[in-house]
Write a protein that binds this ligand. Sequence first.
Ligand SMILES: N[C@@H](CCC(=O)N[C@@H](CS)C(=O)NCC(=O)O)C(=O)O
Length: 205
Amino acid sequence: MNAIRLYRFALSGHCHRAELMLSLLGLPYEAIDVDLKAKEQKTAEFLRRNPLGLVPVIEDGATTVADSNAILVYLATRYDTTGRWYPREAAASARIQQWLSLAAGPLAFGPAAARVIKVFGAPLDWDRAAMIAADLFGHLERHLGNRDFLASEHPTIADVALYSYTAHVPEGGISLAPYAAIRGWLARIEALPRFVPMGKSPIAA
Ligand SMILES: N[C@@H](CCC(=O)N[C@@H](CS)C(=O)NCC(=O)O)C(=O)O
């Protein structure tokens, strides 16, 4: 098959989520860096790929998919012949969707927002982001207290969706030290065959 094109910003957790899925599935891909500082994502050419002007976007032959969670759903549905990454049984599929919703909501407004403030100087409210992160991590910690992965006994796209911004939250000035179960889960994901890390940013003081 031809390489899938991944339009990305290397320090974005949303983009890492897509790249991690491509890698875990063993798919050939070509990463194309989009210069967010130069607003390349808002050019007419890029807006044809994603009218929202955001990365990540993938192009797989004639198919273009924008939005990190949509990319996970697409890749697992199209390429995972085992059906394990995105189980389609009704209750299992609903559990996955619950985690994707948390990834698009509290994960983005909590851990990801705290990091974008500390690493990129975004004019957002760090205290609010830290509060949302604490609520989310409390839930994750309790959930992972007696299971290895989020939505099944094996890893699924739910784990991929939550991984990147959770692992990199110390860059946002939030410690993972109080969360042993979360740290164990991150280590299990990092031990998966073909895991690829996201580039580290300096940890805020
Ligand atoms: N819901 C989107 C969010 C993507 C997103 O926020 N991308 C950021 C990078 S992390 C972006 O492209 N920012 C550029 C901009 O806001 O112009 C997804 O899951 O892909």
